[in-house]
Design a protein around this ligand. Structure first.
Ligand SMILES: *Cc1c(COP(=O)(O)O)cnc(C)c1O
Length: 372
């Protein structure tokens, strides 16, 4: 009775990626053993429902292998705690409202602070509660989105003295770590390190791309998201790492028809057959998170071959030209992205990135977990 549409989530691929990323610091760029490199503590970023892969299941699978979990905002911690996840959780945007702080101790949250009102509020809250938790301060080194100015480093330490303990972490985030040209990222890293070099506070700069590419940005902590989920943040040709895809987004062919040359397919009749064509209808659409603006020609995988999307994406259905398949039948599996069809290849056609495709897979798609 159920629709044959699922996101298969391969938790062993997740663990494999995490292991590879956790061991990167042991090797130099040329593959030789690196001596004396710092071992960064791993923060697994599970915001946005673990990039669409399911926050609870992902957190359960990796909790024992990482030092911290991270989410974007406090509300995202609730389901993790209800599910019994106990690892401390870092809230990357800090509190959005004063009331968020009331979760600090009950939910074991650490706050990454980026602005004065947050630091004032947290100082006052700790004083009132007569306890504190590890505090993280974010500095803006050139992304210009969040963070205290680096020229504020002394002032922030002085003004919020009570928040600066030996374990207080200084952080930044890079704008261009995944770009081919590395200059902007290197400038941000250098600027950050110059400003904090006289202090002993633990440091955290790297996301996935930064961690992979910039060895001097692997500091006390690294924040890993997309690479753990098996999608490279780099372009395919430029990727220094090979990852195991975690999400396999699949459905089945529910109808097949042959149409004459000149006939059109789908809403708006936007695609016309240039030859007699076999059209497969697949039970997945934009309500499942497949992008509606995916153009004709966007690839999927079926029976060992690549098949092109044709015509408009509907709410619940997609149409593919399967004329060139050697064998095709109703019930055949179509993979939209996963191990057979790299998510970045689909993203390139659609004009987006793997992150967006993954996080948008909607709630009506069952996540089916593969543990072995
Ligand atoms: C989402 C996020 C990350 C993870 O980034 P990836 O590119 O997915 O590794 C790291 N740091 C911050 C501040 C984030 O918001």
């Amino acid at each position: 009775m159920s629709r044959p549409t699922s996101a298969f989530i391969d938790l062993s691929a997740l663990k494999e990626n995490l292991k590879m990323l956790s061991e990167l610091h042991q090797k130099n760029a040329d593959g030789s053993q690196s001596v004396g490199a710092k071992t960064p503590k791993i923060i697994a970023v599970v915001k946005a429902n673990a990039y669409g892969n399911g926050a609870i299941e992902v957190a359960q699978a990796i909790e024992s292998r990482v030092d911290l979990l991270a989410i974007a905002f406090a509300h995202e911690a609730l389901e993790l705690r209800e599910a019994g996840i106990t690892k401390p959780i870092l809230v990357l945007q800090g509190p959005h409202q004063l009331v968020d702080l009331s979760l600090t101790f009950s939910h074991n949250l650490y706050w990454m602070l980026h602005t004065d009102w947050q630091a004032e509020a947290l100082s006052a809250f700790f004083a009132e509660q007569n306890k504190s938790s590890q505090t993280w301060f974010k500095f803006d080194t050139g992304m210009h989105r969040l963070g205290f100015g680096l020229d504020d480093f002394d002032r922030v330490q002085h003004t919020y003295k009570s928040l600066w303990q030996a374990n207080t972490v200084v952080c930044s985030h890079l704008a261009c770590a995944d770009e081919v040209i590395q200059q902007h990222a290197q400038q941000q890293i250098d600027k950050f390190l110059q400003n904090v070099e006289d202090s002993d506070y633990p440091r955290c700069i790297a996301n996935s791309a930064t961690h992979v590419r910039f060895t001097n940005a692997r500091q006390d902590y690294v924040r890993l998201g997309i690479a753990m989920y098996g999608s490279t943040p780099f372009t395919a040709e430029d990727s220094p790492i090979t990852l195991a895809p975690v999400m396999h987004f699949e459905s089945q062919i529910i109808a097949l028809r042959t149409i004459p040359k000149g006939d059109a397919v789908g809403y708006g009749a936007t695609w016309q057959a240039k030859r007699e064509s076999v059209i497969a209808t697949v039970a997945l659409g934009y309500a499942d998170g497949y992008p509606r603006h995916a153009p004709t020609g966007t690839p999927a995988y079926c029976n060992g071959q690549t098949i092109p999307l044709v015509g408009r994406v509907s709410m619940d259905m997609l149409t593919f030209d399967v004329t060139d398949l050697t064998a095709v039948a109703i019930g055949d599996t179509v993979q939209l992205w996963g191990d057979k069809m790299p998510i970045n290849q689909v993203a390139d056609h659609v004009g987006t990135i793997g992150y967006e495709l993954m996080t948008r897979v909607s709630a009506r798609v069952p996540r089916v977990y593969k543990k072995k």
